[in-house]
Design a protein around this ligand. Structure first.
Ligand SMILES: *Cc1c(COP(=O)(O)O)cnc(C)c1O
Length: 379
């Protein structure tokens, strides 16, 4: 296949459209430059790093308008580690999980493998749709994903009716949603994410906004596990009470990547200065609308998620006709420097997947759609 060269004037200014890791803005790299001699290579137990952690915690509290008593807690290991924190430190007996894609399936698998928990009750639906757990007797924790990154589906976040009376917690995987999709934190008990998606940082960290009920639950589970004869082992790395204690001191249990913290702090500052979550989510809405609108009017593409209300404004998935192999489109775009628009491998569709997080300029998203058309016409 001959190389297709997209005219320079058509190319997006920034050519990164990954669904995580995602675009890191030049201003974040400048912040890293400034930190290079004063922060990088210094102790995370001393003021310069603790001040950054404190600034991130305050910045996120403001960004998400967290209710009184909620706390911003963080630790190492990313959202994947937090799934196991939920199993070790939050679920008392049994969880109910919404399962509708690779990421929402993974926490269910973690719960399933915890020997001290009852098998989870699954509420499953086909990829491209979502399924919220229903109130279930005996369940003490409800889990689902606000944005299922593998399929580009967005699900609502609310307290399941009757769950509060049950004393049950609502745990939301917001890894690709946080910072891109509106949320009312009061509807959640653990709203958790990694910083390499909408927050344009590096991976390796988890952040979780915890309600007073979640904090109390973690303390209760720890007390129960320390009783003689109790069957539960809480590995120190997965101890939420330990993460809470450390976070209150603006620290983490073990050494964090300082680059991740510096990039994240700069992004939170930028988002707050521009108008916070309402601004960020409106921007993502605008970018995602550009792609959905383009796909709906394209002769060879269509949005994968058929229900418009379930279409993610953070990660956009677009099916292509079989006559237009996505692999060839992706390769031609990559030849021109446009990267990371592949569909989720395990979903196995002839698909493009485009991350439209706040860092991405809507004008670049528009340019991307023209570049896709340009390439497809010449394949
Ligand atoms: C990316 C992602 C994860 C995994 O995040 P890691 O930082 O790699 O652990 C989990 N859940 C969702 C919804 C994601 O998009």
């Amino acid at each position: 296949m001959d190389t297709i060269t997209i005219p320079q004037s058509m190319l997006p200014e920034d050519t990164r459209f990954g669904s995580g890791p995602s675009k890191i803005r030049p201003e974040q790299i400048e912040a890293l430059d400034r930190a290079a001699l004063t922060v990088l290579g210094t102790s995370h137990r001393q003021a310069p790093v603790k001040d950054i952690v404190g600034s991130i915690r305050e910045g996120l509290a403001s960004f998400f308008s967290i209710p009184d008593g909620y706390e911003v807690v963080l630790g190492n290991g990313g959202a994947s580690a937090f799934w196991d924190v939920i199993c070790a430190s939050l679920i008392t007996r049994q969880a109910a999980c919404g399962v509708y894609g690779s990421f929402s399936a993974k926490i269910a698998a973690s719960v399933e493998s915890a020997p001290f928990l009852e098998p989870p009750i699954l509420f499953e639906s086909e990829p491209g749709t979502y399924c919220i757990p229903e109130r279930t007797e005996y369940v003490d924790t409800y889990c689902w994903a606000q944005s299922e990154t593998s399929t580009g589906v967005q699900a609502p976040v609310y307290r399941i009716e009757g769950s509060r009376e049950q004393g049950a917690l609502i745990c939301i995987d917001a890894t690709s949603a946080a910072g891109a999709i509106p949320v009312d934190i009061a509807q959640t008990d653990a709203y958790y994410f990694s910083p390499q998606k909408a927050f344009g940082s590096e991976g390796g960290l988890w952040i979780s906004i915890l309600s007073p009920a979640a904090i109390e639950r973690a303390e209760g589970v720890r007390r129960g596990a320390s009783l003689e004869g109790a069957r539960r082992w809480i590995p120190p790395f997965l101890s939420l009470t330990s993460a809470i204690d450390n976070s209150r001191k603006n620290q983490t249990l073990n050494t964090p990547a300082l680059v991740t913290l510096v990039l994240l702090d700069e992004q939170v500052r930028w988002l707050n200065e521009n108008g916070g979550l309402p601004w960020a989510s409106a921007r993502c809405r605008r970018s995602s609308d550009i792609v959905y609108h383009w796909a709906e009017h394209s002769s060879y593409a269509r949005p994968f998620v058929t229900d418009p209300a379930a279409r993610s404004q953070a990660v956009v998935t677009v099916d292509l006709d079989e006559s237009v192999p996505a692999a060839n489109v992706i390769a031609a775009l990559r030849d021109n420097g446009i990267v990371d628009v592949s569909g989720y491998r395990k979903l196995g569709r002839n698909q493009l997947r485009i991350g439209v997080f706040p860092s991405v300029e809507p004008s670049d998203v528009e340019a991307l759609t023209h570049c896709i058309d340009y390439v497809v016409e010449r394949l």
